[in-house]
Design a protein around this ligand. Structure first.
Ligand SMILES: [Zn+2]
Length: 133
């Protein structure tokens, strides 16, 4: 359970925003930052974000719902949201667990993801949902 990154305490209700500030989210993080990871799937490889998980009820869009765009590919299960003004990925509804969002750790207010230390790599090339045959 990660309750602090660098000098920034992770609050139970922590704000997150895109780069231009048009999109503002409120994340409910009673357990801090859960399951931070990188992923090497074809999208994450390009995007480069460190992602953590929250239940769907754990993200509330405070501002900018109208500028958020959704990107889907491959099985079109996951929904990847990004700001249409600055292009920053904010969150996505997960494919391996559609009851959860993943979110861009770097969007959390005051958080520098480079202060997180070592982050596990998820095997996105061999996606968990493709292995369940
Ligand atoms: Zn933006």
């Amino acid at each position: 359970m990660i309750k602090r990154i660098g000098n920034t305490p992770i609050q139970e209700r922590h704000k997150a925003s895109c780069h231009c500030g048009a999109v503002v989210l409120e994340l409910t993080l009673p357990d801090g930052v859960v399951d931070p990871r990188r992923c090497d799937c074809s999208l994450c490889r390009r995007r480069g974000a460190i992602v953590a998980s929250v239940p769907l009820a754990g993200i509330r869009i405070l501002q900018g719902e109208d500028v958020l765009r959704c990107y889907q590919f491959n099985t079109r299960t996951a929904k990847h949201y990004f700001c249409s003004i600055c292009g920053i990925y904010t969150h996505h509804q997960r494919r391996s667990n559609p009851a959860q969002y993943g979110y861009n750790l770097a969007c959390l207010e005051g958080v520098n993801p480079f202060e997180l230390g070592e982050v596990p790599l998820l095997d996105g090339i061999n996606h968990p949902a493709d292995r369940l045959v």
